[in-house]
Design a protein. Structure first.
Length: 84
């Protein structure tokens, strides 16, 4: 939050760490975060999921497994459910 402001909706795109690292590697090259390894990413994932669980009024966890179109549909459904 900045100056007490929080977004109305936060989407957390979630997938198993191994899949996320595999996708990142397939893009070519790894940045410093990808080189931090799976233990770091498991902790990071757990932290984001904890935030989402603690703030369900503003956070929605999106299953990010699947192709781009499938994930985009899940995002659209989450946004539409919030603002029909």
């Amino acid at each position: 939050a900045v100056d007490g402001l929080k977004p109305d909706l936060t989407l957390v795109l979630d997938m198993p760490v191994a899949e996320g690292l595999s996708r990142a590697g397939a893009r070519g090259g790894s940045d410093r975060y990808e080189r931090m390894g799976p233990v770091f990413h498991e902790k990071l994932r757990a932290a984001f999921l904890s935030i989402a669980a603690g703030e369900p009024e503003r956070c929605v966890v999106i299953d990010a497994l699947g192709d781009e179109e499938t994930v985009a549909q899940r995002i659209e459904q989450a946004v539409s459910a919030r603002w029909p």
